[in-house]
Design a protein around this ligand. Structure first.
Ligand SMILES: [Zn+2]
Length: 416
């Protein structure tokens, strides 16, 4: 007979409102059964299997959701607590210790998986995976690639070169792009990040600039495909960069503000994802005046553009650029903006942060919804986010966070 410590092996969350991430109406009086880190049942209490001897946790009518994703973060950057240039003022090892609090804050905010699109390497991903430090599960890009003078180029006017410090890498020829993609694949990154347009925070360009021409992006897409099926994520704000990204066949367009109706249609046909990052607006006290002016202009365009992208039926995943501008832990505020500016229903916004994000990250076989067979990444929210999505903005309402069935935060004080 197998010795079974039932208090650890099986947990039953009951007296809950269930939002499973698939976009359907919530189920009142639901039960979620977790066995050895995996969900074995999520649905109405009336249909739940017998669970004698399990640990039963009364959620008091609160809402149980899948663990959330933020598919565009920069854990290496400080958010509103500083500026990217401050990263250049400390040794690299010091920056690793700064990650500890950011990772924990993000996890406790209900985000159990992040895709870091520049600035941390596979060692951080693996340290979290192996339990050396607490944090959300990571997928990492490590470097961001662009042409010289593009968004990854952080030569500042004084002549100092901050490119390597922020995680940028310059590629100007197809051969250089192929080599860099192969080196990143050798390192073991999950995704290849390119900036096909200029940027808001970069010192030498503008979002309307083409930051990596189509043949470079195509070469990255091809090499990523050949070396382990790695997808490409393209930072693309202005139209030339968005066009190059879509035509080259990237998996996701990050930002995508100046997209046209014709390109929206093409994204739908190609099955590409859009990550709108509506939350970021540079703050005058931590950014240069030029960057703040660019930010204000482009975020107006973003807010006007997102509704048409939602209506066109593009697959939209939640991403925020947390660390560059929004603070780590503010990630889920993006859902309120997807509702406000994108015209999504709260349940659609929740799917953008769960099911669709998991599809983008190619982990939807094990994450993104609360269904039997998936890993038990579970977030309990006080209140009903299907009626008022902004309840998630208050961290006090992120009442319980489980990652693979293990309690990572229990602000709600539920009795286990
Ligand atoms: Zn970014």
């Amino acid at each position: 007979m197998r010795w079974c410590r039932k208090d650890i092996m099986t947990t039953v969350l009951h007296n809950a409102r269930l939002i499973d991430g698939n976009g359907g109406e919530p189920v009142d009086d639901a039960v979620v059964v977790i066995d050895d880190g995996k969900i074995t049942y999520a649905g109405p209490a009336g249909d739940a299997p017998a669970t004698d001897g399990a640990t039963k946790v009364d959620l008091g009518g609160d809402t149980v959701c899948p663990g959330f994703f933020d598919v565009h973060v920069h854990m290496s950057l400080p958010g509103t607590k500083g500026s990217p240039i401050m990263a250049a003022m400390v040794p690299p090892s010091y920056r690793y210790f700064q990650l500890i609090d950011r990772l924990k804050t993000t996890l406790e905010a209900g985000v159990t998986t992040v895709r870091d699109l520049m600035g941390v390497d596979v060692g951080v991903r693996d340290a979290v995976a192996h339990g050396l430090i607490e944090g959300p599960r990571l997928l990492v890009a490590d470097k961001m690639l662009s042409q010289s003078g593009g968004h990854a180029d952080f030569h500042i006017p004084s002549g100092l070169d901050g490119t390597g410090v922020i995680g940028g890498k310059l590629v100007d020829t197809v051969d250089e792009a192929r080599l860099e993609a192969r080196e990143l694949a050798r390192e073991g990154v999950d995704v290849i990040k390119v900036a096909s347009s200029g940027g808001v925070s970069s010192p030498n360009d503008d979002p309307d600039f083409l930051g990596a021409r189509e043949e470079l992006v195509s070469a990255l897409v091809e090499e990523g495909h050949n070396y382990g099926g790695r997808p490409v994520a393209a930072h693309a704000i202005g139209l030339p960069g968005i066009t190059a990204a879509i035509k080259a066949g990237v998996r996701s367009v990050e930002h995508g503000y100046a997209i046209t109706d014709e390109l929206r249609k093409e994204m739908v046909e190609r099955g590409q994802f859009l990550v709108p990052t509506l939350l970021e607006t540079l703050k005058p006290d931590t950014a240069t005046p030029q960057a703040v002016a660019k930010s204000e202009k482009w975020h107006k365009i973003a807010q006007d553009s997102i509704r048409k992208s939602v209506e066109a039926g593009i697959k939209i995943a939640l991403g925020t650029d947390a660390g560059l501008v929004p603070d780590h832990g503010d990630n889920l505020q993006e859902m309120g903006l997807l509702v406000k500016f994108g015209g999504m229903t709260p349940l659609q916004a929740i799917s953008a942060g769960t099911k669709v994000a998991a599809e983008l990250c190619q982990v939807d076989d094990k994450l993104g919804t609360l269904e039997a067979g998936k890993l038990a990444d579970v977030v309990v929210v006080k209140g009903d986010p299907s009626k008022d999505i902004e309840v998630v903005n208050d961290h006090a309402n992120i009442a319980l966070v489980l990652k693979e069935g293990v309690v990572k935060s229990n602000r709600g004080g539920y009795a286990f």
